[in-house]
Write a protein that binds this ligand. Structure first.
Ligand code: ADP
Ligand code: MG
Length: 257
């Protein structure tokens, strides 16, 4: 089976005033269809840059990223991107925010409505469908952003620390909800986080990156069965995996702790 995401020898060099900065050295990664891959690593190791390259928001300096076998040339409706900062339109209600992507995709009004309803309900915001973002809590705003990304039904979800700004309770709820949705729809997910627990709890595989230059140092298979519920986090397997990922992240040469 062909990979959903194929990253081959990808490098990214940013020009600085007098010099250049190598954000990504030489990254190879294949993500299978329906796989949930988490990417962890210290701040500045190129996690966002890598995700943005797959999203088509950045272009690699060397190498190539392919999605569904085709070279990435820009953003597309096959990939839904969710950032840490709730990228909602402040002047649109929850419903209109969720409908936005569907409108761009040319989905007719009736269907738009129906789909938006469905995803708003899925993230538990039905009561707030007509509210403006400024009246919502951080967790609610992020759930709205998630509903909007889900609504256009992308085959691939690219999530960059989507729960990073949320309190731990909301975060755990959204993790479980994400897993439920993923188990049902089996989208391919690339999920960036700096939270080792979150990575192990969610993913089939955890990719550990290091900085200077940004590169993959280890890939840890997470053979914990789904559905993963809260008690998974308490088990010895979880602890062992967490420790393994943790030491791969923290025993990097020159990484400030
Ligand atoms: P992470 O998401 O792992 O924290 P990033 O991918 O955001 O890391 O950034 C990797 C490195 O590349 C960082 O050192 C960052 O400062 C640098 N970088 C990112 N974007 C740019 C840019 N547009 N110009 C120059 N340097 C950049
Ligand atoms: Mg980042």
């Amino acid at each position: 089976m062909s990979s959903a995401i194929s990253i081959r020898e990808v490098g990214k060099v940013f020009p600085l005033k007098e010099t250049t900065f190598t954000a990504l050295g030489n990254v190879d990664l294949e993500v299978a269809e329906s796989e949930f891959v988490a990417i962890v690593g210290p701040s500045g190791c190129g996690k966002s840059t890598l995700l943005n390259i797959v999203a088509g928001l950045e272009h690699p300096t060397t190498g190539e990223a392919k999605v569904g076998g085709k070279p990435v040339q820009g953003p597309g409706p096959d990939r839904g991107v969710i950032f840490q900062q709730f990228a909602l339109f402040p002047w649109l209600t929850v419903r209109k925010n969720v409908e936005f992507g569907l409108r761009t995709a040319g989905v007719p009004k009736q269907e738009r409505r129906k789909k938006a309803e469905h995803f708003i309900e899925l993230v538990g915001l039905s009561q707030f469908a007509d509210a403006l973002p400024k009246t919502l809590s951080g967790g609610m705003k992020q759930r709205c952003a998630i509903a909007r990304a889900y609504a256009v039904d992308p085959q691939i979800l690219l999530m960059d620390e989507p729960f990073g700004a949320l309190d731990s309770l909301t975060r755990v709820r959204l993790q479980e909800q994400l897993l439920q949705t993923w188990s049902r729809d089996k989208r391919t997910v690339m999920f960036v986080t700096h939270d080792v627990d979150e990575a192990v709890f969610l993913a089939n595989r955890v990719v550990v990156m290091a900085a200077n230059p940004g590169r993959i140092v280890e890939i840890v298979d997470v053979a914990l069965p789904y559905p993963r519920t809260e008690d998974v986090r308490l088990g010895p397997e979880f602890a062992a995996l967490r420790n393994r990922v943790w030491s791969a992240v923290h025993h990097q040469e020159g990484t400030p702790s």
